[in-house]
Design a binder for this molecule. Structure first.
Ligand code: F6R
Length: 609
């Protein structure tokens, strides 16, 4: 969703900007650009395509300067092209701007600027910002930015430089992430932490409408009216290798393989052994008052929403509490009935998804208790929610979400079990068994990953299928949704998920010889039902892949292929059964010649509507 960076310090800015942009390419990769200031003159270089195209373009020139800004783009206004790439400049070229977000009133502002004689060169909303800053400039860039943001509606994270002020970068954000890195004799801005890690671990998370002015030896902070204030920095304790590929060909494969460790991390601090095993959720203020809650509402987007679908089954099954799950982009435009006795769980890997944040703010207004389940410390969601439960999955760089999903599930199990105990739905003995089963999931995930080669072989045979349908019931239906999304987003294979019982109500009309049907069979009481669904699709020519327990034989004779998962409670299988499907999607994408880390038309962290 666009990545922005900025550097001011002793080093040459160009290599720092390019290096930092490489860490943000997951946010957008249809064009890139830099603007570097030296001797009172800004040099702008931009190129359509991946960052390497820009690198090739500037390889033979020396762009000097110790101050600059950079951008990697995911197009919203205007197709990917050199001219639409950022940085955008004002007419004189004295002011350069990088922007992540959407200026919603840009056409009104554009018309106004055109009526004042400004000629636009690009189709971007960002160009409006550059012209407006120039329009408001009277020798003080900070004052011009403050004046400009008064006019902007929408969401933005912006970095600005000006030829007349060669000693500072100005940065401001609203509803889009922006972090300031505090170095030694150098300071940086970036949309996300990985871009900063090589330079510093001391970061300031900017608040909405907060302005940072970066000099090489200090950073000043102002509110939107220009009043200066102090700010404490936070220390990032990520290991640099967690933001690198670490020998894997792609981030996605690395992150799939990180799941055993991530699952164990999610659990570690939350399981306490007193006389017996217990869950400790002090971090979200879990207490007996929660028993009064009438309803749980879960809201999220994409893969996080699929975690929420599993969550609905989990909360109803283990805690016996009515639970609704909603797509955040729908929720925000409905007229949802909420009251202060509802517990509102918001799930988001990035903590920056625009629709999810909007849903959270609505629920907050309605007085609901908000629990954020997120992976990113310091994210907007983490800062605005009442209570936060971190997934502790480590940075997720690949666009397709994998370890974030399984760790989100882990958090939901923990909350639901605790809830169940409180509401008398789970006894202490049962809780102990369930905790043990959760603890086993990490090793069981490892076991599934050790048989990666058979998934790879199957993908090599099936990657050309034009239709892949995933089906299952209950928890298996939720995992069908997630598996279909994973396959379509990175391999561009048409894939759909069905509740297996719905097949006969329509979808079966699509099944033919070119269909791969993936049947999740982990809900033991529904094996007979799945057996008959499988027979129905097989009779119409489909190839059938079954995902079931390692010790389950009953599908041997009807499946063309079986992926096996270790035995656990049927209700905990989502954490395991999704893993072979993540691998399958990954290997289909690779077989089809696509880059799984950077699927077309997508970007991680959807910070615009
Ligand atoms: C799919 C995927 C997306 C995200 C969705 C929500 O693999 O990554 O569907 O799950 O955009 O993102 P977060 O969790 O950051 O709110």
């Amino acid at each position: 969703m666009c990545g922005i960076v900025g550097y001011i310090g002793q080093e040459q800015a160009t290599p720092v900007l390019i290096n930092a942009l490489k860490k943000l390419e997951y946010r957008g990769y249809d064009s890139a650009g830099i603007a570097v200031l030296d001797s009172g003159y800004i040099t702008v270089r931009k190129a359509k395509g991946r960052l390497r195209v820009l690198e090739e373009k500037i390889a033979t020139e020396v762009i000097r300067g110790n101050l600059g800004i950079g951008h990697t783009r995911w197009a919203t206004h205007g197709e990917p092209s050199d001219i639409n790439s950022h940085p955008q400049t004002d007419v004189s070229g004295k002011i350069a701007v990088v922007h992540n977000g959407i200026i919603e009133n840009y056409s009104k502002l554009k018309t106004w600027l055109e009526n004042n004689g400004i000629l636009f060169r690009s189709e971007t909303d960002t160009e409006v910002i550059a012209h407006l800053i120039n329009f408001n400039y009277n020798g003080d860039l900070l004052a011009a930015v403050i004046e400009t943001i008064k006019k902007l509606e929408g969401s933005y994270a912006i970095g600005v430089i000006c030829e007349n002020e060669p000693d500072r970068i100005i940065a401001v954000r609203k509803d889009n992430p922006l972090i300031v890195g505090k170095g030694d004799g150098e300071n940086l801005i970036a949309s996300d932490v990985p871009a900063l890690l090589e330079y510093t671990r001391n970061v300031y998370y900017l608040d909405d409408m907060e302005i940072a002015v970066l000099y090489k030896d200090r950073v000043d902070f102002f509110d939107e009216y220009g009043t200066k204030h102090g700010k404490d920095f936070s220390r990032v304790d990520w290991d640099i290798s967690s933001a690198e590929k670490g020998g894997y060909e792609h981030f996605m494969l690395k992150e799939i393989h990180e799941q055993p460790k991530a699952l164990a991390n999610t659990l570690r601090a939350r399981i306490k052994t007193y006389a017996s095993k217990a869950i400790n959720l002090d971090e979200i203020g879990f207490n007996s008052g929660w028993a009064k809650a009438e309803r749980v509402v879960i809201t999220a987007c994409g893969t996080a929403w699929h975690a929420g679908v599993v969550g609905k089954y989990i909360f109803e099954y283990f805690a016996g509490i009515p639970t609704d799950v909603d797509i955040a982009s729908e929720y925000r435009y409905r007229n949802p009935i909420l009251n202060p006795d509802n517990i509102f769980i918001i799930i988001s890997q990035s903590g920056e998804t625009a629709d999810t944040l909007a849903a959270m703010r609505m629920a907050k207004k309605a007085g609901a208790k908000i629990i954020a389940v997120t992976n990113v410390v310091g994210s907007t969601l983490a800062r605005e929610a009442d209570l936060v439960m971190y997934t502790w999955a480590g940075p997720e760089i690949a666009v397709a979400s994998t370890k974030a999903f399984t760790t989100q599930l882990m958090c939901l199990y923990l909350i639901a079990f605790q809830f169940g105990l409180l509401r008398g739905e789970i006894t202490g003995d049962r809780l102990e068994k369930l905790i043990l089963a959760l603890e086993n999931l990490s090793g069981q995930a490892e076991k599934i990953l050790s048989d990666e080669a058979s998934v790879q072989r199957f993908a090599a045979r099936q990657f050309n299928k034009t239709k892949v349908f995933f089906m299952g019931r209950l928890f298996d239906y939720a995992i069908s949704l997630e598996s279909a999304l994973k396959l379509k987003e990175i391999s561009y294979t048409h894939s759909e998920a069905f509740a297996a019982g719905e097949l006969k109500h329509g979808p079966i009309a699509l099944v033919d010889n070119d269909t791969l049907a993936v049947a999740f069979c982990t809900q033991s009481e529904l094996f007979d039902k799945m057996d008959s669904s499988i027979k129905q699709v097989k009779a119409r020519g489909a190839t059938v892949l079954v995902i079931t327990y390692e010790d389950e034989d009953r599908f041997n004779s009807i499946a063309d292929e079986i992926f096996r998962i270790p035995r656990t409670y049927d209700e905990l299988t989502p954490v395991l059964s999704v893993i072979p499907c993540q691998l399958f999607a990954y290997y289909c994408a690779v077989q089809r010649g696509h880059d799984p880390d950077k699927p077309r038309n997508l970007a991680k962290s959807v910070t615009v509507e």
